[in-house]
Design a protein around this ligand. Structure first.
Ligand SMILES: [Zn+2]
Length: 393
């Protein structure tokens, strides 16, 4: 995982002041607490890298803090100290899981079994991606779910008295991974929550959450942080040179996890770059035999890897467009990357950009729905060939 390589991550203990950007959202959350208008179920919606989980953790800490100010939690009260290890007795976590090598294939697993993994990950870094979580519990090639057992546990816990604070906070990470059997159970408790309950649901995709659950939550959209906010964190917390930090912030589109991968020369990122470049060359020339070889190789990686590869592709297209519209400064890039981006951006123009982005977004959503990866990438290669050769005007 990337933070092992870089070893300079300093965003483990989440306070509002550690959240990248989102000043307006934070102001609103603080004012809700002040005015005692905390809605009992809130859905923080946005891509992982936008900081949805980080915001939820800072918010939970703020609510439970015994001595909070108008800006942030105090950091020294007993509640804040327990938050440092994410071991507050009134803070409960649920997240997707699946049996790993230590379990039998059909073993019943639930969040409880992986709570130590979860806390360990959070105390290393609160900005991580879903794939990092799957890797942390050794199931990167599997589909993980939040199951009925998790929801039974929530019901049990909410039936107990709060230990030491007015609120019992239940954080559900990636609530779209709720299983069919689990959803009605969660719905029931969202409909009639015991007093003093606060649900903080984290999701990347609200279209994958059933409507009855959605309608019980207050939705808080968490957009990408501003690139300037990210640049500031890279300079202040990671001591990056301001120019380099600016370039990284731009290329990562404001997404912290991506920025760290780029800054640390992450192997996955490099592999994505090499593989993407090879693929684009093959598609352009329509070398069917080599395309199929490439497809075979790519189809063998796990679904989450395939998804993050497609997301990487989307970022490259975005950069090329910025370059073409003179909005992005590719001069900041170097070497092979610059070479490739310059050449490649010639093939991206207003007549094909939207169709390309749509094709990649469709691919991502089909991967999520368990499409056959060989057919999917072969089909996408063919589409890309056609689109790259479509006329500019
Ligand atoms: Zn405190």
């Amino acid at each position: 995982m990337f933070f092992r390589i870089l070893n300079i991550i300093t965003l483990p203990n989440m306070y509002f002041r550690d959240v990248i950007g989102h000043d307006q959202i934070i102001k609103r959350l603080i004012s809700n607490v002040k005015n005692q208008r905390i809605s009992h179920a809130q859905l923080l919606l946005g891509d992982q890298g936008n900081g949805t989980l980080a915001l939820a953790l800072a918010y939970a800490r703020y609510i439970q803090c015994r001595n909070r100010s108008g800006q942030d939690a105090c950091g020294v009260c007993p509640s804040c100290l327990k938050f440092n290890k994410y071991e507050h007795p009134d803070l409960h976590f649920y997240f997707p899981s699946a049996p790993n090598k230590e379990h039998k294939e059909k073993a019943k697993v639930s969040s409880k079994l992986f709570l130590n993994h979860w806390r360990k990950l959070l105390t290393t870094n609160t900005y991580f991606e879903y794939l990092d979580w799957l890797e942390a519990i050794g199931i990167e090639n599997k589909q993980a779910i939040i199951n009925a057992e998790d929801c039974n546990d929530i019901i049990r816990i909410l039936g107990l008295k709060a230990y030491e604070s007015p609120y019992k906070i239940v954080v559900i990470y990636m609530v779209e991974k709720l299983s069919y059997q689990a959803a009605p159970k969660l719905l029931k408790i969202l409909e009639e929550p015991p007093e003093g309950t606060l649900f903080l649901l984290i999701s990347e995709n609200k279209d994958r959450i059933i409507n009855t659950i959605l309608s019980r939550t207050q939705i808080l959209k968490v957009p990408r942080p501003e690139e300037t906010a990210l640049k500031q964190v890279l300079v202040e917390k990671h001591s990056l040179d301001p120019d380099f930090a600016g370039r990284i912030a731009l290329m990562s589109g404001g997404v912290y996890t991506e920025a760290i991968k780029l800054a640390s020369g992450d192997e996955d990122q490099l592999a994505d770059f090499n593989s993407f470049r090879e693929w684009m060359r093959l598609c352009y020339k329509n070398e069917a035999g080599n395309i199929l070889k490439w497809v075979e190789k790519t189809a063998q990686s796990g679904r989450e890897k395939q998804k993050s590869f497609c997301q990487y592709g989307l970022r490259v297209f975005r950069l090329c467009l910025l370059h073409n519209y003179k909005a992005g400064d590719l001069i900041k890039f170097e070497g092979e990357e610059l070479d490739f981006l310059k050449k490649f951006s010639r093939f991206i123009h207003h007549n094909n950009a939207i169709a390309i982005v749509d094709a990649f977004n469709d691919a991502i959503s089909h991967i999520e729905r368990n499409a056959n990866p060989k057919i999917l990438f072969a089909d996408l290669s063919f589409k890309l060939h056609m689109l790259m050769h479509s006329k500019k005007a």
